[in-house]
Design a protein. Structure first.
Length: 118
């Protein structure tokens, strides 16, 4: 991945995160939504935003639906904020790596011999 594309991914992550926090006023949006990473295609036509959501399955589903529906609005907002040749279409993907890592840590804690003797 080129350095330019990496910088664009960081910029998009910051701008989209701020737009979600300040501009989206949908009650279906979970309270804790984190953008874990952004991946933009080399031709700048599409960007995938990986989202981590704290909450139950219903809350995750409602939040993902809300973000998907808000994607065109967010893209229009980016048009005015960024000075790039092409503003990519935004696609949201649920990122559950944080939850999977926490689950693995819980499993490791339950293994015999991993608890320090007091």
């Amino acid at each position: 991945m080129s350095r330019r594309l990496q910088r664009l991914n960081v910029l998009l992550r910051q701008e989209i995160s701020e737009l979600i926090r300040r501009e989206l006023r949908d009650p279906r949006l979970a309270e804790i939504v984190s953008l874990t990473r952004v991946s933009t295609s080399p031709d700048l036509r599409a960007t995938t935003v990986y989202v981590s959501i704290m909450g139950g399955d219903d809350e995750k589903s409602a939040t993902m639906d809300t973000l998907t529906r808000a994607a065109p609005f967010l893209r229009r907002q980016l048009l005015g904020r960024l000075t790039i040749r092409r503003t990519p279409e935004i696609h949201f993907t649920l990122d559950e790596t944080m939850e999977e890592a926490a689950h693995v840590l819980d499993l490791l804690k339950d293994l015999p011999g991993t608890h320090p003797e007091a």
